[in-house]
Write a protein that binds this ligand. Structure first.
Ligand SMILES: [Zn+2]
Ligand SMILES: [Zn+2]
Ligand SMILES: [Zn+2]
Length: 459
């Protein structure tokens, strides 16, 4: 079998490794290799170098499915981005043979998109899944090494969500649940107990007494006077717990405002953007391990992996994170300057799956292409769009009053109607919008606004 041994130093002991093995420590030598190549065997090299090798191989049109094995113990990130650890040279040949056999059955790739690359990779490695690893240095606490290798620039949550919504991957295991700052999506949070009244952190757990005579509640220390205990307000001498005084249920005392309370307010301070978040506003994310579905296998075999909705991502498209950022900015501008108006519009695109099943993938693809084309004519250069899930398209429309929105809705309906087939099926739009002039601008946040509109449309 043809292979390359990739490492900074010559091979250590590996059973069955031929004496005259082809050895390199240079990535471009591997990429420019002209003859046949069945696999790469990775030895001892810097982590960064191994990562760069795997990234370049996986993103390379010719080599993207080439098996990469290792035989030394490597960290969890490196283990995830390679195909397998082998304990002998024979084992590497055997595994490479299995992978090459499946590769032979794949149809030639038509589109060089990251979804197809990922699905083809997983399909040819039957034992491999999309596995998260914990990384305390990562803002999101968990990383998906395999996805990062295929596209280092992508937000992995967004990619996973899209694949899951299109039923191409399915969770095999719930690994963990994390909480992220809703403003910047980092998991580096400091949980602080604060006063329920003034939110000071200068609070402490203390013992309290409650005087039965006058009802005063105060710190134990206020009641002790030498050998005797008496109420600091009515001066009654307190002798017997249960008949003169008792311990109330308050447990905490604030040194700044004097408030006594039972349970402190827990606030999660973000270590990245310094926002102080109530714990109930944090984004809760479940971390799963995923594998391919049967539909994914079929889609790879029929070359229909492409996300048809992605055709809509050319309408001044920005990532959901940026969209929220701009929406917050528009909210602030509209609050400050009364002449600033904007509208937030949501289009829920429906019936595409039914059309695909009925008329086939190619036809539906063309239909959506037509829709995207006509929508592009409606969108102004100042409008922004994003998708928060496969079929939820958002538009942020500056300087757009109610009648402007109504005209746009009418035109969108016309686009939807133009897709109507003889049997009555069509790409359906459910459209809703919010106008800045109708909002309480000082108390609105992008996230909650979008949540609100989404609930209205999809319910
Ligand atoms: Zn206080
Ligand atoms: Zn008293
Ligand atoms: Zn933050």
């Amino acid at each position: 079998m043809d292979f390359i041994y990739f490492a900074d130093t010559p091979a250590q002991d590996l059973e069955g490794l031929p004496g005259d093995y082809p050895f390199t420590c240079d990535i471009s030598t591997v990429l420019e290799h002209s003859g046949p190549l069945d696999f790469i065997l990775v030895g001892k090299a810097l982590d960064e170098k191994i990562i760069a090798l795997c990234e370049q191989i996986r993103q390379h049109a010719r080599w993207s499915l080439l098996p990469i094995f290792h035989y030394l113990d490597l960290g969890s990130y490196l283990t995830e981005i390679m195909d397998a650890k082998v304990d002998s040279f024979e084992k590497a040949c055997e595994l490479a043979h299995d992978i090459q056999q499946i590769i032979q059955t794949l149809p030639p790739i038509l589109a060089d998109d990251k979804d197809s690359n990922l699905l083809r990779l997983l399909l040819t490695r039957q034992h491999k899944s999309i596995k998260p690893i914990q990384d305390w240095q990562s803002p999101s606490l968990f990383r998906y090494p395999l996805l990062e290798t295929l596209d280092p620039s992508i937000q992995t949550w967004v990619w996973l969500k899209s694949l899951q919504e299109r039923k191409l991957i399915v969770s095999t295991q719930l690994i963990d649940r994390i909480r992220l700052c809703p403003h910047c999506d980092t998991g580096h949070l400091n949980y602080i107990d604060t006063c329920t009244n003034c939110h000071s952190i200068h609070i402490e757990q203390a013992d309290f007494y409650h005087c039965f005579t006058c009802g005063y509640v105060g710190l134990q220390t206020e009641f002790i006077h030498g050998q005797q205990m008496s109420c600091p307000r009515c001066h009654t001498v307190l002798r017997h717990i249960g008949s003169d005084y008792d311990r109330p249920i308050e447990d905490y005392h604030c040194h700044d405002c004097g408030q006594n309370f039972l349970e402190p307010d827990v606030v999660a301070e973000c270590l990245q953007c310094h926002e102080k978040n109530p714990t109930e506003s944090l984004s809760v994310i479940s971390i799963h391990e995923y594998t391919l579905t049967k539909l994914a296998t079929m889609s790879v075999m029929n070359n229909t992996v492409v996300d048809v909705y992605a055709l809509l991502d050319h309408l001044n498209f920005i990532t959901p994170q940026y969209f929220e950022y701009w929406l917050n900015w528009y909210l602030q501008m509209a609050a400050r300057y009364k002449t600033h108006h904007f509208a937030l519009m949501l289009i829920h695109i429906d019936q595409v799956e039914a059309l695909t099943q009925h008329f086939g993938f190619g036809f539906t693809h063309q239909l959506i292409e037509g829709v995207a084309e006509r929508m592009r004519e409606l969108i102004r250069t100042t409008d922004l769009s994003t998708r928060t899930s496969t079929n939820l398209l958002w538009l942020l429309l500056p300087e757009t009053p109610a009648d402007g929105c109504e005209i746009l809705v009418k035109r969108l309906r016309a686009i939807s109607d133009a897709t109507k087939q003889e049997d009555g099926s069509q790409i359906a739009f459910q459209i809703g919008y919010l106008l800045s002039s109708e909002l309480d601008l000082n108390h609105e946040q992008a996230k909650t606004l979008m949540h609100q509109l989404e609930g209205k449309i999809t319910s």
